[in-house]
Ligand binder design. Structure first.
Ligand SMILES: NC(=O)c1ccc[n+]([C@@H]2O[C@H](COP(=O)([O-])OP(=O)(O)OC[C@H]3O[C@@H](n4cnc5c(N)ncnc54)[C@H](OP(=O)(O)O)[C@@H]3O)[C@@H](O)[C@H]2O)c1
Length: 334
């Protein structure tokens, strides 16, 4: 058991779910503290029946803290984490800042739990759109070696944090009322629209979000020959990312085999009966911890291709659930 655990970014979209999960999964620790920016320092929250005051993220806040589960903007994670580690704290980080650092393991517990043992104080949790795709790829890769993936995402506004969720709700209300609306976060209206850009231009016309799907996938499978061609799209859905995924494997995997492989993988739920109109959608995957897969079919345009549809709660398996699972693995090793 850790003597003291801090939740950093405890007031955010991901931090809120981390608190809920720590409570629901009865994560044991001698003490908890909740940190955020000066904006929310002093506000109160309830955790496991007790009232806590949110503290400002400062270096001294980590004295005596053995584990932090953190979900802050990248630049905040860049600045505070090295000092927290020097003070003896292990940090499980949700931000994008440390993920590709060679000294930092990037972990999905169902995919590469062994990487946790290599940590030097920081363990990164992958990008939300990457996590659900990589978990879905894992049984196919083990059975037939994935060579190439073509993926298009349909990403919910909660993936952009609380400000993203506010933009969708307020923008939709304004549009329905025929009023002008100044979006807080998004560059274009998200209400009644889709936007084929998430993140900034990064590499050969691909965005930063798309390159995360390429590089994080290769890092977790420890194989940079896996080819990934992503298109990341923001859609006016409040929560849960959906992905259309086409995987090409070295050894052919049939639909029946894929269904069996998916169903046997911890953390994956198969929901697949087109005749009965059964497939995963954001409305039936919301607030669930698993990755849901449906529309499994052979690629009619290539011999070893398998196409499927994949939905997961980006705030849960795409973020908080994965981080808390990593924390549970660390706790079990003590
Ligand atoms: N949303 C997702 O689906 C998702 C999935 C995977 C990874 N992530 C990553 O997780 C991180 C958090 O995302 P989110 O969606 O939870 O964002 P969010 O809703 O905007 O929450 C951000 C959190 O960080 C805190 N924070 C901001 N600036 C700070 C500062 N200068 N010092 C200390 N704390 C500060 C905020 O505190 P205040 O309330 O005081 O402002 C808040 O608690 C990001 O790096 C994001 O890329 C998000």
């Amino acid at each position: 058991m850790f003597k003291s655990v801090a939740v950093v970014g405890a007031t955010g979209a991901v931090g809120t779910i981390i608190r809920q999960l720590l409570e629901a999964r009865a994560f044991q620790a001698g003490a908890f503290k909740f940190l955020a920016s000066s904006r929310s320092a002093g506000t109160q929250l309830t955790f496991a029946g007790q009232t806590y005051t949110v503290e400002e993220l400062r270096p001294e806040a980590f004295d005596g803290v053995e584990l932090a589960i953190s979900s802050t903007p990248d630049e905040v994670a860049r600045d505070f984490i090295p000092d927290a580690v020097r003070r003896g704290c292990i940090v499980v980080d949700e931000s994008g800042y440390w993920r590709m650092d060679p000294k930092v393991p990037l972990v999905i517990p169902e995919v590469n739990p062994h990487a946790i043992d290599r940590h030097q104080g920081i363990i990164a949790s992958p990008n939300c759109s990457t996590t659900q795709m990589v978990l879905a790829m894992k049984p196919l890769h083990d059975a037939g070696r994935v060579r190439r993936v073509v993926v298009s995402t349909y990403q919910a506004t909660s993936g952009a944090g609380l400000a993203g969720s506010r933009d969708l709700e307020r923008g939709t209300r304004a549009k329905l009322a025929g009023e002008d609306f100044q979006y807080e976060l998004f560059a274009h209206p998200i209400a009644f629209n889709v936007m084929p850009q998430i993140g900034s231009p990064k590499h050969k016309g691909y965005t930063s979000e798309e390159m995360k799907m390429v590089l994080e996938t290769q890092k977790m499978f420890e194989d940079d020959t896996i080819q990934v061609c992503p298109t990341c799209v923001r859609v006016p859905v409040t929560n849960c990312h959906s992905e259309s995924i086409l995987v090409e494997t070295e050894k052919k995997i049939t639909v029946d085999e894929a269904r069996r492989l998916f169903a046997a993988t911890p953390g994956i739920v198969v929901m697949d009966d087109l005749d009965k109109k059964i497939y995963p959608m954001p409305i039936n995957c919301d607030e669930r911890d698993e990755v849901f897969i449906g529309r499994i079919r052979e690629d009619i345009s290539s011999p070893n291709g398998l196409a499927f549809w994949c939905v997961s709660d980006n705030l849960r398996k795409g973020a908080a659930t994965n981080a808390v699972q990593i924390a549970e693995v660390l706790a079990a090793k003590r």
